[in-house]
Ligand binder design. Structure first.
Ligand SMILES: C[S@@+](CC[C@H](N)C(=O)[O-])C[C@H]1O[C@@H](n2cnc3c(N)ncnc32)[C@H](O)[C@@H]1O
Length: 398
């Protein structure tokens, strides 16, 4: 049956309660600056106090991540403060971003069956783990997908405050996992994984969560990482790459995607093909995903203070797989291979009266820019003002 866009419900990602609960508990341990009268209040009042007091640092960190990563060292001067700001502002949204992508993979592939069928212990190697968002999302997602065995986790970060926080965040959750962690620079972390490659048995998951651009000046680390991924290409490997949805950072991730494809990797998300990225050909284009999530009330409050609305999350997410993994997932469920990569506002003919042009914009009439095996194309949806399809989704109507 043909679907019209306005029949498509908005999918909202919802983070499991146990993860949100642990997040709140960890936040509440950062109470050194809390006045004694606040300390005696209940959890929600204390969290409110924390948000009111810390939102400025979250804002600064946000600016550093999204506009100018060269500013980052300034915020790294106080690692404990940065760890708290990161936990408060980015931990849950990053979990939601990962989860959204995992859910979309489940719509496209026999993804749950894949995880259920795994016999050897899978490993998740979290380079630049921060507060542990990527590891937590992966663990939660694969166990929810039906995987029942044990897992191995390797956490690496050069900041002790974040690494310790990641451990605490994961330890408290009911997952059957053994954790190895190293407070080391990325170059050392990569060497240590490289040395132990022959000990890895099951599917190896490499996580690069918001780290590739952060090491853009560290050519040695980037080079070593590519070398490691080269060695992992002949094994069962999945690469989870996340970056901000900004033009510069996104395009760097797209370039990495192309480089990995030339090394033999194949795309699982967002692309429906493993040819070179057609969006890189046009200097002003970049590819990112977006989706809605159920914000906990504390995040809603924080967003109000930040004057941001993060009910719709954006991210540049690229999930690549080695041929051995991709072969197991060859069974595509969906018929369409057109992915929404842009929603350009509909061109308004310049000879239209000004009033009418404004109305067209107001109604947010747009086309869909689609990416498929034959490159980029454009379609005009019938009911654009009611459409709720997001970038990164498979077009499910004609
Ligand atoms: C933007 S945070 C991302 C954290 C986490 N991966 C996530 O997605 O939420 C980047 C992390 O990488 C770590 N990092 C940055 N450069 C590093 C390096 N050269 N060696 C080790 N860790 C590094 C930082 O300390 C920080 O925790």
């Amino acid at each position: 049956m043909k679907q019209t866009p306005y029949q498509t419900p908005i999918n909202k990602t919802s983070i499991p309660g146990v993860i949100v609960k642990k997040w709140k508990q960890e936040l509440l341990t950062h109470n050194k600056k809390m006045p004694s009268d606040i300390r005696s209040l209940g959890d929600s009042q204390r969290l409110k106090w924390l948000i009111n007091n810390e939102h400025g640092s979250v804002h600064d960190l946000w600016e550093a991540f999204t506009t100018d990563r060269d500013l980052l060292p300034r915020y790294l001067m106080n690692p404990k403060k940065q760890a708290l700001s990161y936990l408060l502002g980015f931990h849950l949204p990053n979990i939601a971003r990962f989860q959204m992508v995992f859910e979309r993979l489940s719509e496209r592939y026999m993804w749950r069956d894949f995880w259920k069928s795994i016999k050897s212990t899978p490993t998740f190697i979290d380079f630049g783990c921060g507060s542990g968002a990527m590891s937590i999302s992966w663990l939660s997602a694969i166990y929810r997908a039906g995987y029942k065995g044990p897992t191995h986790l390797s956490l690496f970060d050069h900041q002790a405050a974040l690494l310790d926080m990641a451990r605490r965040n994961i330890d408290a959750l009911p997952f059957q996992t053994t954790i190895r962690s190293g407070k080391v620079d990325l170059t050392k972390a990569i060497s240590s994984v490289d040395k132990n490659l022959n000990k890895i048995e099951g599917v190896t998951n490499i996580s690069l969560g918001y780290i590739w651009n952060e090491i853009s000046n560290n050519h040695r680390a980037q080079h070593k990482l590519i070398e490691l991924l080269g060695k992992l290409e002949s094994k069962e490997t999945i690469l989870w790459l996340f970056e901000p949805a900004n033009q510069n950072q996104s395009r760097k991730a797209m370039e990495l995607r192309d480089q990995l494809i030339s090394m033999g990797y194949e795309l699982a998300y967002p692309c429906s093909h493993s040819a070179q990225c057609p969006m890189l050909e046009r200097s002003r284009d970049w590819c990112y995903s977006e989706g809605h999530w159920q914000r906990p009330i504390e995040i809603e409050l924080l967003d109000k203070r930040l004057k941001l609305d993060r009910s719709k999350l954006r991210t540049t997410a690229m999930i690549l797989m080695s041929p051995k993994v991709k072969a197991k997932l060859a069974d595509l469920k969906r018929n369409s291979d057109q992915i929404i990569v842009g929603k350009p506002l509909k061109e308004v003919k310049s000879n239209l009266p000004k009033k009418l042009r404004a109305r067209v914009k107001e109604k947010k009439k747009f086309d869909y820019l689609l990416c498929g095996p034959k490159g980029i194309s454009k379609i005009t949806p019938n009911h654009p003002e009611k459409s709720c399809m997001s970038r990164g989704e498979v077009l499910d109507f004609e």
